[in-house]
Design a protein around this ligand. Structure first.
Ligand code: PGA
Length: 261
């Protein structure tokens, strides 16, 4: 059974230690009795250590929004894997649409980062998703398939289910409404099929695929009820503790009712 996930990247919205204090302290308290799902929070690089001190031994993991594609060397301004590992990061977000669009992040570099991340025993959280133009041109699945295949390029079979895919259609990020649950389920099934075609169905069934893009409480239940949607990756909606806690509680309750744990 794939453990469900509720995670949030704070992008560049939570920018000072005192903002982290307010948000994280309340979240820790609000979700302290939830143990049947995985939870994570991802701040900007310089705030990771501060957040880690607050999350400590809680049931919430932390991570980073990006990572350098090499671990040592003359790469001014980059943040390397060994540093993130030492900071206790579990989840490393790679290839987010904003990085692909604004920082020239390509599938090739995402693949290098995935390998490095696995070498340092951290979990790559690889964002894939088609743009509006690709969707309108009928090549959305082609784009997503390319991203998934690039992600898996050169990855050992035994490491594939350590990767988490975040399906984030670019056109659904930062909107009033996200993608509808049927559309997302179809894409998640497609992603799983692509993985299966590379490494077989057993491994593909173990890979977690979460959805991100304008997730809110109203859409959370329908999304999480779908067979291939293994979690929710929240952005703006979960920038208040109340909202993060509400989504985590909803997913946890759903798991409890469905699986009895
Ligand atoms: P959003 O961000 O929920 O604010 O659309 C989602 C994301 O980019 O992961």
């Amino acid at each position: 059974m794939r453990k469900k996930i509720v995670g949030s990247s704070w992008k560049m919205h939570i920018n000072t230690k005192s903002e982290v204090d307010t948000l994280a302290t309340e979240i820790v308290e609000g979700v302290k009795n939830i143990h049947n799902i995985d939870m994570f929070l991802i701040p900007s690089f310089p705030l990771i250590d501060h957040l880690a001190n607050i999350l400590g031994n809680s049931n919430i993991a932390w991570g980073a929004q990006n990572m350098a594609f090499v671990d040592y060397g003359a790469y001014t301004g980059e943040v390397p894997a060994p540093t993130l590992a030492e900071l206790g990061c579990t989840f490393i977000e790679l290839g987010h649409a904003e990085r692909r669009a604004n920082f020239n992040e390509t599938d090739h570099y995402v693949n290098k980062k995935v390998k490095l991340c696995l070498n340092y025993k951290m979990t790559p959280l690889v964002c894939v998703g088609e743009t509006k133009a690709e969707k309108d041109d009928g090549v959305g699945k082609v784009r997503v398939k390319t991203q998934v295949l690039w992600t898996l390029n050169g990855i050992r079979f035994e490491d594939v289910d350590k990767i988490i895919f975040a399906y984030e259609p670019v056109w659904a990020i930062g909107q009033t409404e996200g993608a509808n649950a049927d559309y997302v389920e179809d894409m998640h099934q497609f992603i799983r099929d692509v993985i299966a075609s590379e490494v077989g169905n057993d491994i593909a069934q173990a890979v977690r695929i979460i959805y991100g893009g304008s997730v809110k409480l109203e859409s959370a239940f329908e999304l999480i009820s779908k067979k291939n949607i293994d979690g929710l990756f929240t952005g703006r909606f979960a920038l208040t503790a109340k909202n993060y806690i509400a989504i985590a509680a909803l997913v946890s309750k759903h798991v409890q009712e469905k699986e009895g744990n």
